[in-house]
Design a protein around this ligand. Sequence first.
Ligand code: SF4
Length: 204
Amino acid sequence: MKSDFDLNQQNENTESRIAAALERIANAFKVLLWNESKELELTPIQVQILIFLLYHHESLCTVSSLAAEFGMTKATVSEVVKTLERKKLIEKEQDESDTRSFILRLTHEGKSTAKQAALFSSALHSPIKAINRQEKEIMLNGLLHIIYHLHSEGIITVQRMCYNCRFYESKEKGSKHYCRLLKKHLSVSALRLDCPEFEPAETA
Ligand code: SF4
């Protein structure tokens, strides 16, 4: 198999060019996250955890969930959490449903830092906005399929998207989408990548 980064292969093959383009976008995210982290005197993973805590339900705000979410060990996440506690950006509260576990919450200062940090990807808005609606839908659907596949292969560990949700129904050979929980058809642009109502579909 030829490498996606072999320029002869890349220039003759659309799939390889897409893979190489996604790598560039991933690098752009790293740069944007790094710049924001420097400004806030935090590390990139500290910033990612603050942003995650800002926007997710408390049931997901535990060391175990964060470890699964970011593909890290619990020991590594615990170290990050300790540093964020020392910086007074988060605090721990005993989980009433499981006395061995703690729920992580943002402090007042943590919330305001997380809100600023969460804008780190805004440089992407204007080029994405410039793409027309139909192309955006095709792009979104393609990306969701790639993510779904990477999750099925175990490369992406956690997903809360329609395609692997128990409430999702695909109709008309995949051309129509329906959510049984919201009881409505979903246009491609309404398919969710990280849904608060998500529940995993049973795997065979
Ligand atoms: S509950 Fe959320 S993730 Fe599940 S199908 Fe409905 S919109 Fe999609």
